[in-house]
Design a protein around this ligand. Structure first.
Ligand SMILES: *[C@@H]1O[C@H](CO)[C@@H](O)[C@H](O)[C@H]1NC(C)=O
Ligand SMILES: *[C@@H]1O[C@H](CO)[C@@H](O)[C@H](O)[C@H]1NC(C)=O
Ligand SMILES: *[C@@H]1O[C@H](CO)[C@@H](O)[C@H](O)[C@H]1NC(C)=O
Length: 269
């Protein structure tokens, strides 16, 4: 291992070690599901490397550290623009136009961060694979964060519906609130239903380590086709919306898990 790799590994390790044990709760299930799926798909080398990097309290469960970036985004303020991409109310994404922070600094968006942290070895990629298409959303509504809706009887913002409410409602209704059962159901579809797509999800053009621009383009498209579609201020979102959008969530979670594993396998393989 080169000296630079070693330094980065140590930097990552110390960051993980000063991080307090994770807070379980809202917003963490999506990340955790992706990481649980990914962990089952690692090569032996990558699985070993991940095991070495995980702090003791994680008990070898990658899923338990995958909300780390969300937990520290207020402590490390500089990192908060690295969680998302905003487009100018268009259903397409262009790196040059859209990957910047509020001050217009180029590359300061989630795609820039993934490029940054995968071109040089750095497992800080782990928490940054986003499932929710609204992490690639419109600037005007802050990725659905200013659209107030009713999720059944509770008041929410649209972003939160996609971060948390749809997943939690599915867990409660279909899996007895057991996340692992939901993970198993998604894995079933990865091995059967979606088997012929999986190779494509895993592959990156030009042998790149990760392809965030592709994930971002898919994200804004899904945001337009499914998340924003038919929703306005004060919309009441119930069974119709839940049932029609849940398959998209399953599919994006599956893609996230498969891609995270493929990325880690390329880094450590
Ligand atoms: C890329 O990494 C460098 C060095 O760690 C950091 O200063 C910079 O802010 C990073 N940029 C992004 C977009 O993550
Ligand atoms: C798996 O695929 C079937 C058939 O398309 C679908 O009905 C089901 O909801 C999917 N389940 C998950 C967890 O993706
Ligand atoms: C990608 O990697 C494979 C295997 O290492 C190699 O055969 C192929 O030529 C590479 N393709 C490009 C476009 O670099």
């Amino acid at each position: 291992m080169g000296e630079c790799r070693m330094q980065k590994m140590l930097a990552f390790l110390s960051l993980m070690l000063v991080t307090l044990p994770p807070i379980y709760g809202w917003g963490t299930d999506g990340h955790s599901i992706i990481c649980k799926i990914a962990q089952t798909r690692l090569t032996e080398e990558a699985a070993d490397a991940v095991k070495q990097l995980l702090p003791k309290w994680a008990e070898d469960d990658l899923g338990s550290v995958c909300s780390w970036a969300d937990e520290v985004k207020f402590r490390y303020r500089w990192s908060s623009p690295l969680h998302f991409i905003n487009t100018p109310e268009t259903c397409s994404y262009q790196y040059k136009r859209d990957c910047k922070d509020e001050d217009g600094e180029a590359g300061r968006c989630v795609a820039g961060a993934i490029n940054n942290y995968t071109s040089n070895f750095s497992p800080t990629i782990l928490p940054q694979i986003k499932l929710n298409p609204l992490h690639v959303g419109f600037a005007s509504d802050k990725g659905g964060n200013t659209i107030v809706v009713h999720w059944y009887k509770t008041k929410q913002v649209l972003h939160h519906v996609w971060d948390t409410n749809i997943i939690e409602t599915a867990e409660e209704r279909f899996y007895n609130s057991n996340v692992d059962d939901m993970v198993d159901a998604i894995q079933q579809n990865i091995t059967n239903e979606w088997a012929d797509q999986v190779k494509r999800w895993e592959t990156c053009s030009l042998n790149k380590t990760a392809c965030p621009d592709i994930y971002a383009s898919e994200g804004i498209k899904a945001a337009c086709d499914w998340a924003y579609k038919g929703v306005k201020e004060e919309s009441v979102l119930e069974d119709d919306y839940f049932v029609s959008r849940l398959p998209i969530i399953y599919w994006r979670l599956a893609q996230g898990g498969v891609r995270l594993a493929a990325t880690l396998n390329r880094i450590f393989g």
